[in-house]
Ligand binder design. Structure first.
Ligand SMILES: NC(=O)c1ccc[n+]([C@@H]2O[C@H](COP(=O)([O-])OP(=O)(O)OC[C@H]3O[C@@H](n4cnc5c(N)ncnc54)[C@H](OP(=O)(O)O)[C@@H]3O)[C@@H](O)[C@H]2O)c1
Length: 321
């Protein structure tokens, strides 16, 4: 089968065979996320690795213990960073972290969704357990995760303030449903005061935790909740959040598959709900850029695009030449 290595070399690999709860998926489209370039940078040139943790495709074959899917089903999923990625024609993935592809999206549109939707869902609902009526500040609103998180927060009944720093990203976060927009390049506290809020019940930090931590401490309401998805580079002072009895939760969307937690099937369930909401129009897809076919040259372009830190919504590679 065709595959693309982390060096962007186009390679041939043996087609894997599914066992246990694994599906063998014929991959039709893949999305690129920051985890791809982070894993690439962390990997030596040899041995070759296959990256990619966002896919849509068709189930080709199933392991003996599979009960949720059958050959021919269209699926979308993010996968498990501790296993080979999906930048290959065929790919093995545990059925418990796979969802049915939304009917209303094509395979490329579907591939844009899973990793960011799982992150946003787990961050808001499993970690923060948000309650309707509060306000959330989404830091990094126009990126892949922010684009879905804004929409999920609105569905949950929150008022959303999103950060965006350029005219095109400001327009996009408004399209996603943000009621207010502030710039992450300007002091956040003054901008929040300008929209009449000194504090917010929830803060979701999807970018540069070190930069935003002082403002997060100022803006989080007493007993509020903060979720972070990006590691801090330096030690963070806990003084402000401790004084306010605020909760700091970490969200890593690979935790469930990586540690095979007893509730890892929650990712199957949440992807099912996300698919239903996409099909009913409650959620909208976030695909903005598409490259074809899936090969080393296009994957290199996609990594460069994502690594630039200027993505709005999602980028997908579709089809094999
Ligand atoms: N823990 C997890 O499970 C998990 C899951 C997914 C992603 N992540 C991590 O979360 C981060 C975001 O992922 P993503 O896919 O949303 O990335 P992305 O799509 O590449 O994010 C791009 C956006 O980041 C915004 N941005 C750039 N610099 C910023 C800053 N200093 N402060 C706030 N926003 C800034 C830009 O907005 P403007 O253009 O308006 O400046 C741009 O729209 C990455 O570091 C990724 O590795 C973690």
């Amino acid at each position: 089968m065709k595959a693309v290595a982390h060096t962007f070399a186009d390679i041939e690999l043996p087609r894997p065979a599914p066992a246990g709860r694994d599906l063998l998926v014929k991959v039709e489209a893949v999305s690129v996320n920051p985890v791809d370039f982070k894993q690439r940078i962390a990997s030596p040139p040899a041995p070759l690795r296959v990256l990619g943790w966002d896919a849509a495709g068709i189930v080709e074959a199933v392991g003996s213990e599979v009960s949720l899917f059958k050959p021919g089903d269209a699926v979308f999923y993010a996968g498990d960073v501790t296993r080979p990625g999906c930048d290959s024609e065929y790919h093995l993935v545990d059925e418990r972290i796979v969802g049915r592809k939304p009917k209303s999206l094509d395979l490329a549109q579907a591939a844009a969704v899973p990793l960011t939707a799982i992150t946003a869902w787990e961050g808001l609902f499993d970690r923060l357990k948000v309650k309707a009526g509060g306000m959330i500040l989404v830091i990094g609103g126009a990126g892949g995760v922010g684009s879905i998180a804004i929409q999920l927060a609105r569905i949950a009944g929150l008022t959303v303030v999103a950060t965006a720093s350029r005219p095109e990203s400001v327009a996009w976060v408004k399209e996603m449903g943000a009621e207010h927009v502030v710039s992450h390049r300007e002091p956040l506290r003054a901008q929040m005061e300008a929209i009449g809020r000194k504090e917010v019940e929830y803060i979701a930090c999807f970018n540069d935790l070190d930069q935003h931590w002082p403002a997060i401490g100022e803006l989080i309401a007493p007993q509020g909740g903060i979720v972070a998805i990006v590691a801090n580079r330096n030690p963070l002072s806990m003084d402000a959040v401790r004084a306010k009895s605020a909760t700091l939760a970490w969200e890593l969307m690979f935790t469930r598959p990586r540690f095979k937690t007893p509730d890892m099937i929650e990712q199957h369930r949440l992807l099912g709900q996300v698919a239903d909401w996409l099909d009913s129009g409650k959620l909208r897809g976030t695909l903005r850029e598409k490259l074809s076919p899936i090969n080393g040259e296009n994957l290199r372009k996609a990594h460069e695009r994502v690594q630039s830190g200027t993505m709005i919504g999602k980028l997908v590679l579709a089809g094999w030449s």
